[in-house]
Design a protein around this ligand. Structure first.
Ligand SMILES: [Zn+2]
Length: 187
């Protein structure tokens, strides 16, 4: 049984964190925003992008609920875990779509990405120490040239044996100063 306040106590403002977001959720549910959403995404689109809040694909690409699958991590990099996620959705989609294209994976990297910090020797060493990560692998995850890293990650997905050949892959760069997403690798 869920028990929670839907209104803040007098004198207390839920200005940040989940308390603030829950108030918005109550409005979303009351407006029936959740109804009609489907599991197989409407746009047959799987977006991989950065967790930077400026890059939220729901806003940047005007995605509604159920329009796309979205995976976000630091930089929007194609890690082994992300490849496994695409393989998982490939397998689900193969069961639902007997032949033809399954869906498109769009890798979207962006300008002014904080993942550039991984190119800084001091920052990278401290992060490797605190996470127990391999420093050389972290260096490869840095984003300094988003077009180059988007192309590299498209190649990584295309060469992954676990991903169906019926999955198309494209690469893009989002410019945080213009608001425009520009393709750098066609599907
Ligand atoms: Zn970023």
């Amino acid at each position: 049984m869920i028990s929670q306040q839907t209104h803040p106590s007098p004198g207390r403002k839920p200005a940040t964190g989940m308390a603030a977001a829950l108030a918005r959720n109550r409005e979303f549910a009351a407006a029936t925003g959740h109804e009609g959403a489907v599991v197989l995404p409407n746009l047959r689109l799987f977006v991989i992008t950065c967790l930077d809040p400026r890059v939220d694909p729901a806003r940047v690409l005007d995605l509604g609920l159920g329009d796309a699958i979205v995976v976000r991590n630091v930089g929007g990099r194609v890690t082994p875990e992300v490849i496994d996620d695409v393989a998982f959705i490939s397998q689900i989609a193969e069961g639902a779509i007997p032949d033809g294209p399954l869906f498109e994976v769009a890798v979207i990297h962006h300008t002014q990405c904080g993942a550039g910090a991984l190119a800084d020797d001091g920052f990278r060493r401290r992060y490797a120490a605190r996470t127990g990560s391999e420093e050389s692998l972290l260096r490869e995850r840095a984003i300094l040239d988003p077009a180059a890293t988007a192309k590299a990650d498209v190649a990584r997905l295309r060469s992954a044996a676990s991903i169906s050949a019926r999955v198309r892959v494209s690469g893009h760069v989002y410019d945080v100063s213009t608001g425009l997403v520009e393709p750098v690798v066609d599907p």
